[in-house]
Design a binder for this molecule. Sequence first.
Ligand code: NAD
Length: 422
Amino acid sequence: MSDDMNELDTPTFRLAVAQFDQAAERMNLDPNLRQRLKLPERSLIVSVPVRMDDGTVKVFMGYRVQHDSSRGPSKGGIRYHPDVNLGEVAALAMWMTWKCALAGLPYGGAKGGVRVAPKELSRGELQRLTRRYAADILPVIGPDKDVPAPDVGTNSQVMAWIMDTYSQQVGFAVPGVVTGKPLSIGGSLGREEATGRGVVYVTLEAMRHLSLDIDKASVVIQGFGNVGSHTARIMRESGIRVIAVSDASGGLYNAKGLDIPELLRRCNQDGQPLHDTKLGDWITNEELLALDCTVLVPAALSEQITHKNANKVRCRVLAEGANGPTTLEADQVLTDKGIFIIPDILANSGGVIVSYFEWVQDAQRFFWKAKDIQDRLQEIITAAFHRTLQFSMAQQATMRMAALMSGIDKVAQAHLARGLFP
Ligand code: NAD
């Protein structure tokens, strides 16, 4: 990492840059472009004052980082989490650039976040925080500039408040300023489940490629939020046994397969914590990652599989629902063990693919049926999977390397075509 990047220097940013460097080296990327693509185009830091319910004012740090806009408006989620920092947001923005290019979407990459524990805020505090953060980043977002979406700790309600704050400023409803909104204000059918559905589509393709039997397969999922819970449901609906799921507090394990519909009902409708459902044996997240299974889906935070636990991982396929769940050292260990890795920028791209559908529908004021969305998602993500697989075999590269090289190459082509301003 060069001195130019001091402000961004965190483990997650180092991971993103190290992956980029490996791919850039292998594809012999022009050195001028290499330097340009390592650094985000624009990084905005805001301090967000919020009046709390007790009358005091608390200030939270917020970020919006736009990594690249050569191929279109930048696109990426907003994260509310106590560990959010500039380097992490910049890493996630860089991954968004490669992800959008790999899927062939006309977007660059961005990401945003606020360093806050959202569960500790009341609904009113969360709304005031969101509206002030939205107002602070308002100059750099817009349907043709940069389009936020939900990520860890945010949801469709948060997107609705951002859409309203933006619309109040310009004087008319602008649904296309965010994606992942409620249906009532221009959201898309199928957006909420899209990332999980995409994870399932690419996992099924990988299993077909490896000739793995669906009837005998088992899936373990770390994280039971948006991505993890929809992945679990759709895996189950596809006839695959889900033997363990977890959240930040720990996991549930049942070798015969968890009753996912019942689990979802108790957690989502009754608000029961995973632990209290007693639908399986209680295990730690460390134990969960070491379970013998066909498919392991990390769907929580980054850097969960490291040099410390990679040796214990016993899956045949690793489908990265989360962004950056595997460190560079762990990636090598898993590859040496013969584990087939579907890298994050491919495996979790279903979310941004359906976000793209939502943005197109908003622009056209014409909304599609759920079936159209599922079919188009499947078509795009499955094609991206097979392009990556073919390229990885032709180049004798891992799936991660092939995905990164394909994404980076598309962005490099756009930069070369446009040239350098001025
Ligand atoms: P979420 O906030 O809905 O859920 C996160 C889940 O992870 C929760 O169940 C939480 O309890 C759990 N968790 C947190 N820390 C954990 C830990 N240490 N061990 C185990 N579980 C832990 O977030 P999400 O939207 O589902 O995002 C999850 C991951 O997927 C993130 O890496 C995110 O960037 C990525 N992602 C999300 C989307 C999307 O559309 N939401 C799209 C692409 C990628």
